[in-house]
Write a protein that binds this ligand. Sequence first.
Ligand code: ADE
Length: 250
Amino acid sequence: MRDRLPQEFVVLTIFPDMFPGPLGHGVLGKAFERGLLGLDVRDLRQYADPPHYQVDDAPFGGGAGMVMKPEPWFRAVEALRAERPDEPMRVILLDPGGRRFEQRIAHELREAGRLVLLCGRYEGIDDRVREHLADEELSIGDYVLTGGELAAMIVIEAVGRLVPGVVGEPESLVRESFETRALDHPHYTRPAEYRGCRVPDVLLSGHHARIERWRREQALARTRARRPELIEDENSTAVAARRSRTQSDE
Ligand code: ADE
């Protein structure tokens, strides 16, 4: 049932003009146009109090910078819930202190219903938003950006392309890096020789089984050399799964 609904992303931000930005291009841009994906960008200020629509205030306890007030966030999320009370919705706060976003989480979010992305600015958001409003916090990496908007775009891009029909060939989704907990194999196109560098002969051989094997070996070798922890993680997940199966059989 859910697969026929568009995957909807709601962004709460004080900079709505930043969107769709890069999300308006390529296959993702087309998916928004075709209605496979929905993007609802809301200006947080519309949920602040008139006449000044202020969204920030000085921190209790003193210190530098401003803190985003809790009320506009709560009102916005409550308004969203009230609009479609029966629809599943996940509220995500983008924050460098959150769980590290990765492909596995993109799949998880793909199943979660309407995704509401809270993009903070200033020194941070009143902690009650994190504690009582957000279902979870996500970080896109161990560095600090000036706000959550770029992080939200990354989440939208990674989740959106998993929606059936968004990326042309489903096969390319399965093969690519991280889907198999391995990096992707090298790709080549014409010309077969460029500046003295030749495309590996096996790829020109037309021998599909051999090409498949070569690709698997290359992917594994690359992963071992560049990201060995992906293989270790995979092994420990498999060992843990085997162990829990054995325990439940006992
Ligand atoms: N906001 C600021 N820095 C961030 C990060 N690294 N990830 C997610 N949101 C952020």
